[in-house]
Write a protein that binds this ligand. Sequence first.
Ligand code: FE2
Length: 308
Amino acid sequence: MPDLIAAWSPEQKNAFGKTPITFQHKLPESRLFEDEALARVLDAYPAELYDINLFDFDADGQHTMRTGARGRRSGREVLEGVKEGRIWVQLRRAESWYPKLGPLIEEAFAGISGQAKGFRPIQLNGQLILSAPGAKVPFHADAPGVVLFHLRGRKRIWIYPPDETHMPQKGMENILLKQQTEDLPYRREMDAAAQVFDLEPGLAAAWPLHAPHRIENLGTFNVSLSVDYQTWESRLINGAHYANGVFRRWGLPVAAMGKTPALARAALWAASLGLKRARLVEDRIKGFERSFELGMDAPPETRLRAET
Ligand SMILES: [Fe+2]
């Protein structure tokens, strides 16, 4: 597809990776995200890469999450369920398991690398996300870099600075050591520091590594493609956080990542490879259970129409 990513202004080129930006893309023109195509993909998708989530929020914006399985529902029924409820379906590894999408992701990132100076991703992982009109994604940070391509509906994203107030270094160490999910402590007053964007189909958002963010759908069914990327720089930083997290548990002093020179980061990353192999810290996330199945026994907001 020619010019999948629109030409960037000098400001966008300078800002990529340093401050949040949005930019235009043409992924919706591929027609890979229309109902027919999505229903077919949902039917064929491997169960272990298919997540169905439900978030409950209280008045202070605090949330609880339940994870479910699709049961025996067809792709079309799941799609109808998302359009009616508060659930959120995530198809992981979409670059491999939605075969027509893989080459488009490659092409989109070639379009970004051609414009963002020095940006050389070494790994890309796509998550195709279908979410209900009232769905929200709580305040969290992702360990890899992320570009969010918006495809259908409207959503609002709040992006916060990746500083100690919003993204404590210890929190990222715990995320990398799999001691906590990617959710972080959130307080309403943090919104004052956020940059806020309304995403329409054909708009993408990108932000600095580890910048926390949260999302609210604006009353419409939404489809987005979230692509995680690793560069050598992000791999070294995340390896360094991993090693620091282990050292912190051993009571050793840990320096602020912003004040850790590149060579020291590389040494910490090298240490992390051995530490990971030694499995010194137990993964507390892998036992995460699926607590409901889509269907009539499920929570009412996840129920699918009985007549379909
Ligand atoms: Fe995220």
